[in-house]
Design a protein. Sequence first.
Length: 273
Amino acid sequence: MLSAFKRISLYAVALLFLFFTGYPFLYMLATSFKTQAYFFESPTSLWGTFVWENYKLVFELGIDRYFVNSLLISIISVVIVILTSAMVSFPLSRIRFKLNRPLYFLFLAGMMIPVHTTLIPVYVLTREIGLYDSLWSLTGPYVAFSLPISIIILTQFVKEIPKELDEAAIVDGSTHARLFWSIIFPLLTPAIATIGIYNFIHIWNEFVFGLILITTPSKMTLPLGLRAFYGEFSVNIPGIMAAITLGTLPLLIAYFTAQEKVVKGLSAGAVKG
């Protein structure tokens, strides 16, 4: 009887959390199919008019161009972060040298730097090297501020991989490079999925650096493109909801595709031994 009551209580709590986390998505989707007139008449209603005009409008305003820009810069930045952080984590966790601990704490300190305090130096540097107002100007800041936490996560994950694998590979004549790419890197899949999803979401939603470093409308990312729905005297809320709905699709697809690996990567290293 007690176990049944406990099970029912857990399901009730789970349904409560599902409501609080799922309702905003349901409201966003429902609002994206409303007309502006109906939205102002009944802003909290989930059911009412069902029109496609908002989705037609967002494509007319160029959301496909903003979408492609965000997808391109997000994928390139995440790939660079994954490869770089994986290669850095290997010597930090496996090779002993004098600067091992100082470098580790340097990356750890990088997580404590407020990102937006670097806006002015990044802006000046970007203009000096001739990358201002290009998508490539965003790659540097996105990669740089994603590396510290990615390196810390992967370093801890590599430490959990048995060192006997290294010894066996070296006895067989393997070099450190081959050891990393053939043995260590494939075993990092859960942690790579974790940092990949985490950084993809962060980069996809980033606004401030895009606002500072991009001025040409055709080169803007999706968060910048959403400003097109803000008029001088009004805001097209159903249109914004339609754009946000389309903008969240890559995040949902990426997360549900790698969900199991993300959970495994987050739990890896939590318990030693």
